[in-house]
Structures are given as structure tokens and as C-alpha cells.
Design a protein around this ligand. Sequence first.
Ligand code: AMP
Length: 287
Amino acid sequence: MTELLGTRAELAAWLASTAGTRAVVLTMGALHAGHEALMRAARAEVGESGTVLTTIFVNPAQFGPHEDFAEYPRTLEADLARCVANGIDAVFAPDVLEVYPPDEEITEYEPGPLANELEGAARPGHFAGVLKVVSRLLQLTEADVTFFGEKDYQQLTLVRRLMRMEPRLADCRVVAVPIMRAPDGLALSSRNRYLSEEQRTQALAIPETIALVRQLCADGLTAEQAAHVGRGFLRTSPGVTLDYVVVRSVGLGTAPAVGEARVLVAARVGHTRLLDNGPVIIKGHEA
Ligand code: AMP
């Protein structure tokens, strides 16, 4: 049975009635197969003796004043059906005042310079808002282990940093889950539903850029050379406005000359901003 919990009091009562390892999957709802991959990974981790809780909360703190907070898709009934189908034990879907009561001081974090780059450059304050809600929800839900998609790779990197920064989360583990894609290669995202059919096709240039950069890195180009070609490809793709194509180290520092790295892409298709990324191996120049 899947319990629907709307308040912190209901959540606390449910927590008190359950035992075993607690896995928590944080989402903003508008659930799709990518979220379901996190739920499956959570169940596989804790087994039937543990519990899996999903949160559905569109966090105002991570949206800028001109972003799509008000328009962000809210599909609670369909979301609950997906949670039931995935054997989730409880769904915590609080309203804003439950998470941020006006009379309580909520810890804010200084996420460091990485929070001002890439997504952070496009969305000032975004990651501070993400870390605030992640910390809050993981504490409220008493998570032992939590699951984050590699789809939001910079977020995953900064959440790992949060776990080292916040002693109250010292016992909570973070597990990364690979990106779920549609059969044509587009990374699943709640925002894909904004795309027209034509835009949906145009958006395929994003995973194509990832594949191109991966190939160029494998062929011996440097990280910057490969990213440069990727930028050129995406810039000339119809209907797509490039934001960035970069190759970084797996920890999102400067890319190594040789070895494992990550390509990250952000682009707009119409008004919809889409993200994607993937692993690359930089072969380096032949000696
Ligand atoms: P969101 O509801 O967009 O905040 O996403 C909630 C969680 O689901 C985050 O950890 C995301 O990285 C993850 N997620 C979203 N889309 C995907 C996807 N296509 N594949 C894997 N994880 C995803």
C-alpha cells in the first residue's frame, strides 16, 4: 500500500511506524520513466524489508523570478499512480508552508564556485535553493540512502558536496542513477512535454552532440577541441539555441588530458531549456 502524506505530522507518524533502511527519492513530480528508474534502484537497494519514500515538491527556492515555477507541470494523480505501480511505500507531497514554515529558520548553504558555473551561471541562486530543499527533505524524511539522476549531473555533484558539508546528513548515502532516454536518444525530462512535435525532433541534436563529442575525445582530440566542434554542431542545428557544451573532469573541474571525463550540454528549444550529459574517455594525442 502506498501512503499519501501531506504534512510533517503525517510524515513523522509514518516514519515512527516503519522500520528498516529508508530510501528516499526526491522529485518535483510530473513523473516519468526517469524517476521510475530512481524508484527501482531505491527498492533494489533496500529490498522488501526496507522502505522507499518518494517526495513530490516543486521547490520555489530553486526557481528564479522569471523562471517557470508557476507553470511547472503538476500532475499529482498521475504521479501517485506511478508511485503505486512502483511499489513505493509512501509519498510525501507537502505544500510550501510545510517545508518552509515562516517561524522556522531553515539552513542555507554556500555551495561554492561550481554553483555559479554552467547551470548556476544561467540560473543564479538555483543551486543554493536546491541544496536548501535537499537538506531539508532528507532530514525530514530521515533518509538512510537517497537516489539522484545523472541527468542533472551538476546537481548530483553539488549534492555529494552537501553531504560532506552538513553533519546532520553524515549517515545518508547518495546513489547515482544513469540517465533514462527515450528510444530516439532524448533524455527524459518533465520539461519535454512543453516541446511541439517539430521541437521534439530538433531537440535530438542535443544527444547527437554528446555522441559527437564522445567520438572526438575517443579519436584523440583534446577536451576543448572536442567541445569546440560540439558547440559548432549545436549552434548550426535548426531550432536549437546553444547555451553551453563543455568537457569537464568527472568532478566538474578542468578536464584531464587523458582519461575519464564528462561532456555537458545545455540548449534551448523554443522556450524550453534542456540538459544532457554523458561520460567520455579522452584518449589524448599519440606519443
Ligand atoms: P526532478 O523531478 O526533475 O527534480 O528530478 C528528480 C530526480 O530525477 C533527479 O535526481 C533527477 O536527476 C532525476 N531524473 C530526472 N530525469 C531523469 C532521467 N531522464 N534519467 C535519470 N534520472 C532522472
